[in-house]
Design a protein around this ligand. Structure first.
Ligand SMILES: [Cu+2]
Length: 233
């Protein structure tokens, strides 16, 4: 009987230690850290508005093309923050998904690792996927209303511009980035999880404001903050 109790105690002790070891959360358990990037832009927003007279039932009568979206505290939305060197290990493959909804690409900017991109058509009208790229083969394909999803491949790292030849105002971007990446929200903030600890190069890209990079020291199980101020070209 004593032996059995002893064994139970031993199991409880081991379990207790395991719980403590997992304390910092999944990032700490995998040896990675979190990067919280804040991207700002002091310049004016650039949002183009165009009259629409085609497929207005689905597209509306005005198209809003969001080229530079600036939110509270000068936060720059739609910027891609990435750690291109964070390959393998904690960095997972992320499939890209872009929907054509209301005759807009949603989201306007999406990030994925090299591989497959799902193009959805939730509008019930004809769209056409036309990409502008150099590293990857260009895509120029009609997506009829009955084709709800098309899957294409973007295998090479690149920032790929997407347009639609049916609706000339439609504009989107797909960031094909090896490693860990995230797109800034309306406040200009992007959170990157499971970034390998150590010195890492952080890159920021914006469709009209260009690129910047910084080196940061990522600590396992901790949040490292980094900020970027984009300049107008
Ligand atoms: Cu379209």
């Amino acid at each position: 009987m004593r032996k059995i109790i002893g064994a139970f105690l031993a199991i409880a002790l081991v379990a207790g230690v395991a719980v403590v070891a997992h304390g910092p959360g999944p990032a700490g358990a995998q040896g990675g850290g979190t990067i919280e990037a804040s991207v700002t832009y002091a310049g004016a927003p650039v949002v183009e508005k165009l009259k629409v007279n085609k497929d207005t039932e689905k597209c509306g009568t005005e198209a809003v093309v969001e080229k530079v979206v600036v939110g509270g505290n000068k936060g720059l939305a739609n910027a891609v923050v990435s750690v291109p060197g964070a390959k393998g290990g904690a960095a997972k493959a992320v499939k890209g998904t872009v929907d054509q909804h209301g005759c807009k690409f949603v989201p306007h900017v999406t990030a994925m690792t090299p591989g497959e991109l799902d193009l959805k058509n939730s509008d019930d009208i004809l769209h056409n996927i036309h990409t502008y790229s150099t590293a990857n083969p260009s895509i120029n394909k009609a997506q009829p209303k009955f084709k709800k999803t098309m899957t294409e491949k973007l295998d090479k790292p690149e920032f790929v511009k997407i347009t639609c030849d049916v609706h000339s105002w439609m504009l989107g971007w797909v960031a094909v980035v090896p490693g860990v990446a995230a797109v800034t929200d309306k406040d200009g903030v992007a959170k990157l999880e499971n970034v390998p600890a150590g010195k890492q190069k952080i890159e920021v890209w914006h469709e009209t404001l260009g690129k910047q990079e910084k080196e940061v020291d990522v600590k396992a199980g901790a949040v490292t903050k980094v900020s970027f101020e984009m300049k107008g070209k």
